[in-house]
Design a protein around this ligand. Structure first.
Ligand SMILES: C[S@@+](CC[C@H](N)C(=O)[O-])C[C@H]1O[C@@H](n2cnc3c(N)ncnc32)[C@H](O)[C@@H]1O
Length: 265
């Protein structure tokens, strides 16, 4: 009888210890993921410096060369804005782009800068959800709730940084939901595409598909906010999946991911 009780006690104790052990392992794994998620550049997409990616970015021991100078507006708590370093990269790529497409206008600061730094004949198309179109947003079952709330929160501008400036003539402001917008007139036309609309997974997938159809051979797509599974899970999961079939690169020091379409594609 005593042996039986001892056996039951030992079995129960092992179960409790096993549960405690897996709980602790799970917590330490979560903590590690959180720590890594805060660092830019830990996902499965390889990291590379912009100087290794593009011959148009050059630096020496004094830093980037004067040839990389751009017109600039600081990110001073700009809603939804890119960092100053990310902006410098986008603006340098814009210098050689005749047709640019931006998913997500927000304040229009990046739109303005893409226009200000590109050749005179360049057109910048920028698509955004208008104030009056919130109901057309299409939340999908695998999307994080927070992404829907953020997308709606940022869809509040009807005047933009470029409005009333000389850059406005280079900008075509497009309104609509990016899942249902008719892109076919822009197929194979774009030299530079910036994906920075809704960060929900289903939107990143859909925007990427449409961007690839619009991209010209030799052109670039840049995605913003590849910040890890805890901060922007939709962007993280969709881009990791895409990287199984495409050579994506995360630009060091940024949360930008870049793809260049081969010239012979
Ligand atoms: C992060 S902000 C864009 C920031 C901007 N690219 C910049 O660099 O300043 C996201 C933008 O995406 C737009 N957006 C969100 N969901 C959208 C949707 N379903 N279709 C089109 N635009 C959307 C929002 O209106 C918002 O302007």
């Amino acid at each position: 009888m005593i042996a039986k009780v001892a056996l039951i006690f030992l079995a129960a104790l092992s179960v409790v210890l096993l549960i405690l052990y897996s709980g602790l392992r799970h917590r330490s794994r979560l903590a590690r993921r959180r720590r890594q998620g805060r660092k830019v550049g830990w996902g499965k997409i390889p990291l590379s410096s912009i100087y290794e990616i593009s011959p148009h970015f050059e630096r020496n021991e004094r830093g980037p060369l004067a040839s990389t100078e751009v017109r600039h507006i600081a990110n001073d708590n700009t809603p939804g804005g890119v960092s100053d370093y990310e902006s410098w990269i986008l603006c340098n790529l814009a210098k050689r782009a005749k047709s640019i497409f931006e998913f997500g206008t927000a304040t229009g600061k990046t739109t303005y800068l893409l226009g200000a730094n590109s050749p005179t004949e360049t057109t910048v198309y920028t698509l955004t959800l208008a104030l009056t179109e919130h109901a057309s947003y299409q939340h999908a079952s695998g999307d994080a709730r927070g992404d829907f709330a953020n997308a709606i929160k940022e869809s509040k501008f009807d005047q933009f940084v470029y409005s009333g400036t000389t850059i406005a003539r280079k900008v075509v402001q497009l309104y609509g939901d990016s899942k249902t917008f008719p892109y076919h007139t822009y197929y194979d036309c774009m030299d530079l595409i910036f994906i920075d609309g809704s960060h929900a997974r289903s939107y990143i997938e859909s925007d990427s598909k449409n961007a690839l159809a619009m991209l010209r051979a030799g052109g670039y797509i840049l995605w913003h906010d590849y910040r890890g599974p805890d901060v922007t899970p939709g962007v993280f999961e969709a881009l990791n999946l895409l990287s199984d079939n495409m050579p994506l690169i995360q630009i060091r020091g940024t949360c930008l991911v870049l793809y260049q379409k081969p010239l012979d594609a």
